[in-house]
Design a protein around this ligand. Sequence first.
Ligand SMILES: C[S@@+](CC[C@H](N)C(=O)[O-])C[C@H]1O[C@@H](n2cnc3c(N)ncnc32)[C@H](O)[C@@H]1O
Length: 323
Amino acid sequence: MPDDGAVHVPVLLREVVAALRPERGGVYVDATLGLGGHARALLEASRETRVIGIDRDPSALRIARERLLAFGDRLVTVEGRHEDLAAHLDRLGLGRVDGILADLGVSSMQLDLAERGFSFMKEGPLDMRMGASGPSAADLVATASREELTRIFREWGEERMAGPIARRVVEARDTAPIRTTGEMRSLVLKVLGPKRPMHKDPATRVFQALRIATNRELVELERFLDDAVQRLALGARLSVLSYHSLEDRIVKHTFQRHTAGCTCPPSFPVCVCSRRRVMALVTRRSIRPTLAELGENPRARSARMRVLERVAENGAGPGTPQG
Ligand SMILES: C[S@@+](CC[C@H](N)C(=O)[O-])C[C@H]1O[C@@H](n2cnc3c(N)ncnc32)[C@H](O)[C@@H]1O
């Protein structure tokens, strides 16, 4: 089967391996397998390590399977969404696991293929779907109301000119459908003006927003994180790499919620809320790529990694001393 020569340089690779400690052996989940760069490092760390690799993109899975063939049945691939982690693990007869990785966002392969429509730098259909089904970005742009488009551009692109851009899109689609990345970009530039040297492309935020909306990226991230935390064995860690502030904010807040211990007022002699700290942050602040990594892989520039560890089993009754 052809490998397509697709390239994706795994981000924060050393840091991910150090965080997840795959050399201890056990079952690890790579919830966003992509082309398998991180999974390879996990599998190479020990012969006793197995990886369940999930991805919603069948072409990525095909390439990863082929590249990781040498690891035989130590790699099991699952085509699906990471939000359905609990169902995937149940189907495989797995309960708790020894580590989970989520490297969110798109792979370089997805960005680089013009026909996937993720990039305003390449002329292609306005598709942006990571999976093989569902409405494309062009469908969304054709059918969403002006108000909905404004909300998408504002909330998921943090675009200050969301309203005027949405108005321009609605006016334009009344004349002719917006089908390509180039058509979408030129509409945005009509509102925001041309690209200035040394500045980001003006269409960056709108393209980010459309990608998030098309793939429902942020809607179910919290559900994935909650399920992932529940599936960690004692001493196991969850490592999440995010690539923009909206994603990182959800990871940070969900981790804070899971690491909060007793919430009783300090004046109470014993705990009555029954909340016990079962998770701990391994990284107080997010971990960023080093300058050396950025020199080799500029696409890592916005990456942030946060890591959480299960430090106790669930459940404690009232009367536990506070801590
Ligand atoms: C940044 S890439 C992962 C790259 C991978 N770590 C590697 O080293 O090759 C992100 C991958 O996550 C997949 N993905 C994004 N959202 C997903 C979701 N909700 N469920 C499953 N896979 C998802 C994308 O299709 C993409 O292949």
